[in-house]
Design a protein around this ligand. Structure first.
Ligand SMILES: [Zn+2]
Ligand SMILES: [Zn+2]
Length: 335
């Protein structure tokens, strides 16, 4: 089958790879749509942390934001999956260790991550194999554009939930990329007062169409009581800034990862009685994300600037925007 494979930093192309082999507990999926995200770009550029830690190495077949249709099932798989439209959890724990059996399979020490870790092939291909435990049913008529947004939406949902905010409280979100915008849409749908903060004028201008309470440059942050903060940036100065801005007793959520350590003064945490929460992966938020997207509670399709072919993956990963209409941060691939 055809798959997009990266062989070294900045070098990738569509090649013929072996047809995936399905085990008795696996599903074979014909991929309909794949989203490209910042993690994929880091792999293409060669600076993803897993390349240094040894959790990933070239050649790499990326793609972890996907949806598709089940075309074959293993002998031990429930018949209900046959022919179904699905997406899947990126995190594939061993299912045996203490973390896996106590609700933390997505943090398993030995986990694979689809298209990311331990060489598990991703969805930038015609077909993908995933274990049954990782499969999530989608409504049969759901737009594939939304199906491929489940993974980032799950991350955003967990981040907004972690702030603990309710209606009419004020949330500052740093980073107007896909995750920041998804957080903003979810929070806005709950009646939370959303302020989005960024650096690039183009991204800020794009964010203004959604009617958030505020969209601000990082040098012009309004002086208002802030009841919750989400850091969805790669900026190592934001965590400390967030602690300074936040009202005492409240929560800051970190989902962005800077390329260098972000220094915070833990005394600020203590003296302001703050809570700091890190979010890794959509996993516990996948079901909730499917509900948000299929009910229409949020509709993030405006974030998708274009849908291009598998052959154009290298251009997209290199930061080009083939066929892009507008300044939306997300580009989708149709293998
Ligand atoms: Zn991603
Ligand atoms: Zn495990």
């Amino acid at each position: 089958m055809r798959a997009f494979v990266i062989t070294e930093p900045h070098i990738g192309s569509v090649v013929q790879v072996n047809e995936p082999v399905i085990g008795e507990h696996d599903l074979l999926v014909a991929i309909e749509r794949v989203g490209i995200c910042g993690t994929d770009v880091e792999f293409f550029n060669g600076d993803m942390a897993y390349l240094q830690s040894g959790h990933a190495k070239y050649p790499l077949q990326l793609g972890h934001e996907w949806c598709g249709r089940v075309i074959e099932i293993g002998s031990q798989v429930d018949e209900k999956w046959r022919g179904k439209f699905i997406t899947g959890d990126t995190m594939l724990g061993c299912q045996r260790c203490e973390r896996c059996t106590s609700g933390y399979q997505y943090l398993c020490h030995d986990r694979d991550e689809v298209g990311i870790r331990n060489g598990y092939p991703g969805a930038l291909a015609e077909r993908l194999v995933i274990p049954e435990f990782a499969a999530h049913l989608l409504p049969d008529d759901l737009d594939p554009a939304l199906g491929a947004m489940v993974e980032p939406t799950g991350n955003a949902l967990r981040s907004v939930d972690a702030t603990g905010l309710s209606q009419d409280e004020r949330l500052f979100i740093f980073g107007p990329g896909t995750i920041g915008l998804l957080c903003a849409l979810i929070a806005q749908s709950r009646g939370i007062e959303v302020h989005l903060i960024g650096i690039e004028d183009r991204s800020l201008e794009f964010a203004r169409q959604f009617g958030f309470a505020g969209v601000h440059h990082i040098n012009a942050i309004p002086q208002l009581p802030v009841h919750g903060i989400i850091d969805a940036t790669y900026n190592n100065a934001v965590p400390a800034l967030a602690l300074d801005l936040l009202e005492p007793g409240r929560t800051v959520v970190f989902i962005g990862i800077a390329g260098t350590p972000s220094m915070i003064d833990s005394r600020v945490l203590v003296l302001k009685d703050l809570k700091a929460i890190g979010i890794l992966s959509a996993s516990p938020g996948v079901a909730g994300a499917i509900a948000l997207l299929s009910s229409g509670a949020i509709d993030p399709r405006a974030l998708i600037a274009s849908v291009v072919s598998l052959e154009e993956s290298a251009d997209v990963l290199a930061g080009k925007r083939p066929g892009a209409v507008g300044d939306g941060p997300k580009i989708h691939i149709k293998p």
